[in-house]
Design a protein around this ligand. Sequence first.
Ligand code: MF3
Ligand code: CO
Ligand code: CO
Length: 284
Amino acid sequence: MRKSKINWRVPKGAELTELDKKVLSFQNKGHLVPSRELIKTPEQIEGIRRSGVINTAVLDLVEKEIHAGMSTAEIDKLVYDYTVSHGAIPACLGYEGFPKSCCTSINEVVCHGIPNDEEILEEGDIINVDCTTILDGYYADASRMFIIGKTTPEKEKLVRVAKECLEIGMEAAKPFSFVGDLGHAIEKHAKKNGFSVVRDLCGHGVGLEFHEEPDVEHYGKKGTGMLLVPGMVFTIEPMINMGTWEVFIDEEDGWTVVTEDELPSAQWEHTFVMTENGVEILTY
Ligand code: MF3
Ligand code: CO
Ligand code: CO
């Protein structure tokens, strides 16, 4: 069946708003546009923002407590206890069978690492801790990198450049720009620094569910991908590799994503709302 591109639908009998007209003009030119349901109400945005406050506090706590000699299961316990004691739910726990409350991804692990009692942080490790919080049904999703003690200059650069990629993506995400615009900007910065961008995983719409439309790819061509309309809430979460962009999934646990060449990878993530003036971070 032919996939319909028409997905901005104005309710029958409703008068077209200025926003409807603007989005429809992009749609008529053949661009991929969001469905109207992806535009959050101010009340929904406030709910996601409140969830983001807890999400940020969880990551602040991890930042304060993380140290060499700690197991990734201890990080998971911090995340679970803080989240639950603040009336929220860790979204990862039980999500499609994921067994823990956050993802802990060390060195060559790109993402979706499973916290474990036997996995102990060592001096020089770089680790991504990715937490998603549900508060009153609203989702906020963010992750940060942590360097354990002192690491190599190369790994330090990778962590820094991955963060710059997120910031550059944020700046490129203007209202009525396209997902491909921010992907292009991120890819350019990664390549300029001799790194590659993971292509098999992407950012995503978020807020009422864990993963909503659109896919936010961290590479691509300007002017392609979905139109970014004020009121959309989504993550940007570039995964930047020191070597090849190719990855594989650990067959034993079915989750852990690892670089094909087993060189290190780094990732930073925030949840954003698109406004009339650009993106605003909801996970600060
Ligand atoms: N938080 C991850 C993301 O950024 C998703 C983790 S799903 C899990 O989209 F099941 F692995 F927790
Ligand atoms: Co995410
Ligand atoms: Co995440």
